[in-house]
Structure formats: C-alpha cells, structure tokens
Design a binder for this molecule. Structure first.
Ligand code: BG6
Length: 490
C-alpha cells in the first residue's frame, strides 16, 4: 500500500559502511597499520559488557603488532570490500541507493600519518571507488576519520594529545579534497567525535593505561578532543575553499536519555546526560565550548591548552549540517543501583520497561529517533542527516539460501515512520543511511555474526567462508521503500 510520502523530494536514501570494518586489505598497496588492526575478536567476551569490548592497553598493541596469525583480527580482512566494491556497489544500485556513506582510511593515504608525500595507490583506490559510485548515480558521503587513525601516531605521538596531529590531519584532509574535488561534495569530519570517553584508544589514539590515574587520563582526553575540534574546523575551512559546492558535517552519536520518573532528581540526572551529549554539537555547530563544560573543567582543574586563535577557528568554521548515529535511548534514575541494567553502544544504563532489546542488549526505541530529530533541530536549526541506524542480529540462512529477516524490516519500518513524523513537524532532514547496508565486522565486538546488512556476506567470526554476497528479504523491502520515497513501508 502506498501512502502520501512525508519525505521531501531528493531525500538521500542509502546505506553506510566504514573502511576499517569493510575494506580488509589491511597491509596491501602501502597501507599502514591503523588502530582498527589491533582490535581483537574474543570468543569469550561478554557481548553486553561494552567497556571491556573496547579496552585496548599497551600489551594488546604489542601483541597485535607481533601477531603472525590474523584470524582473531577480523578488521584486517573486513568483507574484502577493497577488492569487491564494484560487485557491492552494483547491489546498492539495484536497491536504488541515492547515496553511500564510506570512509577513507587515513593510513592508506599516509601510512604513518607523518609522511611528506601521500601514498598514490591509496589515493587511486578511493578515486576509483568514488568514480564507480558516480557512474552508478550514487552520491558519496565521505567520513575522513572513522576509528582508523594510523597506529604510528599512537606509538610515537600519544595520539591526538599531540598538537602535531592537527597539522598532519589537515594535510591529509587537504590532499583528499584536492584529489576528490570533482567527485565528492558531502564530507564528514570525525565519526562519533563524542565517543572519546567510551573508547579513547579507537577515537583519539589515547592509551588510558599510560596515565597515572583516571583523572590524568581524563585531562589527556580533553586535550586530545580539543585538537580534534580544531582539526575538524580547519578541515571544514579548507573543504569550502577547495570544493566550492561542498557541505561538511560534524558527526555525533545521539544518546537520548529519559528520566525514569517525574521525580525532579531523575529529571536533573537525565538532563545532565543529554547536555553532555550536546557538548560536541555545541562546539562544532555553535562554534564555542558551552559554559556548562567550561565550568566543569574549571571545577575539576582541567586546563585545556589552547593556541592563540583557536577560539576564532572554532567560531568561524562551523558545520554545515549535523550527521548522527542513532541506535537506542537510555534511562537515568536516582535509584539506578536497584534497577535492572542494559548494555548498548553507550555504557550500561537502567532498563526501560517499555522497550524491547536487541540480542546485544541495545534498547530499540523508534520514537526516540523522532524525539532526537526534533531536539537537535530545535537547538541548532541546521539540516540533519541520519548517517547510522540499524539492528545487529544473528541471521539464519535457510536451506534454500533465503534469509527471512522480518525483524530487520520491522525495525526499519518503525524508525522510518518516526522520521516521517519528525519531518512533518518541521524538521529538515537531508537523508538516511542505514548501518550497515551490507554485513561487515562489528566495531565493538569485532564479530562478523553481528549482522546489520540488507546483503548477507558468507563469512564467520574467524574469517571462514566464501565471502559470497546474497540478498536478504530486507533487500527487496528497502528497494521498495526507496522507490516510493518512503511512502510504501508495508
Ligand atoms: C557506531 C559506529 O557506533 O556503531 C560504527 O560508528 C559501528 O562503526 C556501529 O559499527 C554499530 O556498532 P557495532 O559495535 O554493533 O558494530
């Protein structure tokens, strides 16, 4: 059944992946080692213990660098998108994608991050990829940094704690803008820049174990984050200069928190968490550190070293649009200790009795997406782009080869209805790219069996399989959604 569509004409429907989870080819054509190549698949890990999944210490780095066997480092092989991208793009085209979100692996362009000259083979790979997308009428949306900085910068510079990384990143960004100016119009700077406190290693190259205590690690993280803010602002500046019609977005995890009750103490706790989530967009969209953060830093004796002119850079080069990921909502309660907890892509929170949870313990909340869209739009009045949203599930291949992922269809249907309603309430939404449109390696658990795609990839957690692609039931459903511009969700 086709209803009147609430989605605007030209709405950018599509999907999203990231280089480190899809490409594989981790040491091919001159690519340097990245932070993602260190991430281990641990069969005995508690998939609901988010903090443990992400923890990487000095010993882990050392072991990974020495490892001769790659089986337990799934991001090194991804889904071999590096060699199979043409086949995958043909499938995205068949679904009718208007856009595809991909990222560039910095270590493919500058293997250690600090070289004089870029690696031509890396540049060529992305040039061919973007050309293929253009020829397929798919608009590329490109993230400059999605959890894949060169490992050399961790081992030799303390990651983003070092100011030197600003220059290196800006140089890398400029090389990309120059090379891809005729091919890419939409750019994102740092994926989920707010994840710095959830996994400092992957986002900032900060190894927390190196610091004397939590306080010192926190100081280092704020310093490193400041450098990323400056690098993002400067990348935005040069992108506009080099590519005249470009649009650059910041990218955050939308972490909506509800109060458990109308007890004002619950409300204050939830408000605190929601404000903490706004820090990153406040800086990148409003162009300044919010007063609540400045007060916190002062009270806690955290001094961020800023260069002269940093404040002006933040003020001048703000984001054109806000891109965000949305997977779940959270609950805060003064009685949290006595409440049942759930996991998620955040830290553990109080369980919401009104919401179902995924097999990984993530609370599924489509209406929370509507609330998030409205909150973000009301606060910033900037166009929004949902660049990640989806459900990780164990999919079953039937004897006849079919994959009947009705739960995924149901998940998307409910979220699309809510996006439509938010648009109806005046929210400007540019597009939607599902995470991940094809099965890829999970960011947190490094599992292949945590599947998000409309396209199934025949591979297991240890890399066994043919890597053959096949269409799930949701493939056909999403195709219909796109061709009706969101009117047909049946
Ligand atoms: C987001 C990341 O946080 O969540 C993605 O930007 C990630 O890289 C996605 O894959 C889903 O998380 P996971 O751990 O299930 O892969």
């Amino acid at each position: 059944m086709t209803n009147k569509t609430l989605f605007p004409e030209g709405f950018l429907w599509g999907g999203a992946i990231a280089a480190n989870q899809a490409e594989g080819a981790w040491n091919i054509d001159g690519k340097g080692m990245s932070v993602a190549d260190i991430a281990m698949y641990k069969p005995d890990i508690d998939i609901k213990d988010y903090v443990k999944q992400w923890h990487i210490g000095l010993e882990d780095i050392d072991n990974a660098m020495k490892a001769t066997e790659d089986a337990y480092y799934p991001k090194r092989r991804g889904i071999d998108f590096y060699h199979k991208y043409k086949e995958d793009i043909a499938l995205f085209k068949e679904m009718g994608f208007k856009t595809l979100r991909v990222s560039i692996a910095w270590a493919r362009i500058f293997p250690n991050g600090n070289e004089e000259k870029p690696n031509e083979k890396g540049l060529k790979f992305y040039e061919d990829l973007f050309k293929e997308l253009r020829e397929s009428n798919i608009e590329p949306l490109v993230t400059l940094s999605h959890y894949e900085m060169p490992l050399y910068l961790v081992n030799n510079y303390d990651g983003w704690v070092s100011r030197d990384l600003v220059d290196m990143f800006v140089k890398y960004a400029k090389v990309c803008f120059e090379r891809y100016k005729g091919l890419v119009k939409y750019w994102l700077t740092f994926n989920e820049i707010d994840s710095v406190f959830r996994h400092a290693f992957t986002t900032l190259g900060v190894v927390e174990d190196k610091y004397a205590n939590k306080k010192e690690a926190e100081k280092a993280i704020y310093q490193a984050l400041h450098h990323q803010f400056i690098a993002a602002a400067l990348a935005t500046k040069y992108c506009h200069k080099i590519i005249s019609n470009s649009q650059v977005g910041c990218m955050v995890t939308k972490t909506l928190t509800y109060p458990e009750t109308c007890n004002p103490d619950d409300i204050i706790l939830a408000q605190r968490d929601n404000r903490n989530n706004f820090i990153y967009t406040d800086v990148q969209v409003l162009g300044e550190y919010p007063r609540y953060l400045l007060n916190y830093l002062k009270k806690n004796n955290i001094e961020i070293k800023m260069n002269e002119g940093d404040e002006a850079i933040l003020k001048q080069y703000t984001s054109d649009f806000i891109a965000f990921s949305y997977y779940m909502s959270m609950v805060q309660s003064v009685n949290a200790e006595q409440r049942e907890k759930v996991g998620g892509n955040l830290v553990t929170g109080v369980k919401n009795p009104y919401l179902p949870i995924s097999e990984w313990g993530w609370q599924v909340d489509p209406k929370g997406l509507r609330v998030s869209l409205i909150d973000l739009y009301d606060r910033y009045r900037k166009p929004l782009w949902i660049v990640e949203n989806g459900i990780g599930a164990y999919d079953k291949v039937e004897e006849d080869g079919s994959i009947n992922d009705d739960y995924r269809i149901e998940y998307f249907r409910k979220h699309f209805e809510q996006i439509g309603l938010a648009i109806d309430e005046g929210v400007e939404c540019m597009g939607y790219t599902s995470w991940a449109c094809i099965d890829i390696v999970s960011a947190s658990t490094s599992q292949m069996s945590k599947r998000y795609g409309f396209i199934y990839v025949d591979a297991d957690d240890l890399g066994n399989g043919t890597y053959k692609r096949s269409k799930k039931k949701s493939f056909y459903w999403y195709k219909k959604v796109i061709s009706s511009n969101g009117a047909d969700l049946d």
